[in-house]
Design a protein around this ligand. Structure first.
Ligand SMILES: Cc1cc2nc3c(=O)[nH]c(=O)nc-3n(C[C@H](O)[C@H](O)[C@H](O)COP(=O)(O)OP(=O)(O)OC[C@H]3O[C@@H](n4cnc5c(N)ncnc54)[C@H](O)[C@@H]3O)c2cc1C
Length: 392
């Protein structure tokens, strides 16, 4: 079977690895002139690292092992501790804080040669009986037995399947970056997140002395990623007029010491802005010989740290359902059927988490905070359950 994949982001490259390992020919078509392996730190949870191992990706030297996720109130009272080392002992794979680009680089090094094609913006899809044709803006085409849309939240393939439905803006944005900031975290293996009424601040070690930090603040702008230091032509896309750093210092400047120290060390150009988006998980996200993976199918806001993990889960399931399938269309429907309930649960959790600040702050009354290990374990194990199933 030959698979044409649109988009060489995290999900496109991982899906290509999975499909190639399942014995298929793959071609990835990316609109950018080269790999877009920028971005900040992301979490790969225990089931995600299990999938990476299973797909044959190298884990050595990748990111930073995370042993605990601690939730604090803005003034430094413990609200919740999640013991990720305990889950790692049980499942045999670690949770990692890692740069987005590193996950892509590990995927790309596992690809057969000649798979990636750059400068190919897909503009139209044509379903043609036993095949699919992708049309590009330079007038060329690519034919496949199946076509996988891995082209992010503004997906052209999604538009072909379900119409032009943009994800919903959640009214929040992450103001974030990755820097070598010398602040006292106590351990390089712990992710602390501070919650207050105005938002949150989370700090992830991602290895090599780097930390990814993110502040969540209200957002009323248009749907567009704005890189650090960039000015946009359209004033409506600016999150606020004036200095981003001054805005953060005003909102978070009197929080617990690591947050204050972080804000003292940052500069204006360190801060990129990414609005929080959420897709309604479509009842059907594929048809015939076409399907979607990653953000094209189910974008969620970063608060639950599931963007890359979902891409991994998609890639893994798709590789399994297509491995021995005689009918490519049926294999794609089986993949969607397995992934949809999980994506829907993550969608519900994401909605709930956007409103969780007052609930979490109510835990300030507890002396030591509560133990969140069981909750995370359930989420990860649920996300891994299909790993143990025969999904073919
Ligand atoms: C440059 C970049 C930086 C990011 N940084 C972060 C971050 O710091 N933190 C975070 O949580 N998430 C980040 N994300 C989003 C994150 O990668 C996704 O949420 C998640 O990993 C799922 O990935 P994806 O491959 O489905 O989508 P994406 O990573 O968005 O990749 C989609 C790819 O498809 C390509 N594409 C889009 N349309 C077309 C088309 N018509 N034809 C051909 N190719 C097309 C895009 O250029 C892109 O390379 C970033 C995404 C990008 C593109």
């Amino acid at each position: 079977m030959k698979a044409v994949i649109i988009g060489a982001g995290v999900s496109g490259t991982l899906t290509a690895v999975g499909l190639a390992r399942a014995g298929h020919d793959v071609e990835i078509y990316e609109r950018a002139p080269q790999l877009r392996d920028g971005g900040n730190g992301v979490m790969v949870w225990h089931n995600g690292t299990g999938i990476m191992k299973d797909l044959g990706l190298r884990l050595d030297g990748l990111g930073q092992r995370i042993d605990a996720a601690d939730v604090w109130s803005y003034d430094g009272r413990p609200l919740m501790r999640t013991d990720m080392a305990e889950i790692a002992d049980e499942l045999g794979t670690p949770g990692l804080g890692v740069m987005r680009g590193q996950v892509m680089d590990r995927a790309v090094e596992a690809l057969p040669p000649g798979v990636l094609r750059f400068g190919k913006k897909c503009v139209r899809i044509e379903e043609a009986g036993t095949g699919v044709v992708a049309h590009f803006d330079d007038g060329t085409t690519a034919n496949g037995d199946v076509l996988i849309g891995a082209d992010g939240y503004r997906s052209v393939v999604r538009r072909h399947l379900v119409g032009d439905v943009l994800p919903r803006a959640m009214g929040l944005a992450s103001w974030h970056g990755t820097t070598q900031v010398p602040i006292g975290l106590g351990s390089e293996h712990v992710v602390p997140t501070y919650y207050g009424r105005v938002g949150l601040c989370t700090i992830h070690p991602v290895g090599q002395g780097l930390i990814h930090w993110a502040f969540e603040v209200p957002w009323t702008g248009a749907l567009r990623h704005i890189p650090a230091g960039a000015e946009t032509a359209d004033a409506a896309e600016r999150p606020v007029a004036g200095s981003r750093l001054a805005t953060l210092r005003k909102g978070f400047g009197d929080w617990a010491p690591p947050v204050r120290e972080l804000l003292d060390a940052l500069t204006e150009d360190d801060i990129a802005v990414a609005p929080h988006l959420l897709h309604r998980v479509a009842g059907e996200w594929g048809r015939g010989r076409v399907t979607l993976v990653g953000d094209a199918a189910h974008v969620v806001p970063p608060r639950i740290g599931m963007g890359v993990n979902q891409a991994l889960e998609d890639a893994w399931v798709l590789s399994r359902t297509t491995a021995a399938a005689d009918d490519p269309a049926l294999a794609l429907r089986r993949y969607e059927q397995i992934r949809r309930p999980r994506a829907k649960r993550i969608h519900s959790t994401a909605r709930m988490m956007q409103r969780a600040n007052p609930l979490l702050l109510a835990l300030r009354r507890t002396r030591k905070g509560v133990n969140g290990t069981k909750m995370l374990r359930a989420n990860i194990v649920r996300g891994s359950s299909f790993l143990n199933d025969d999904v073919r």
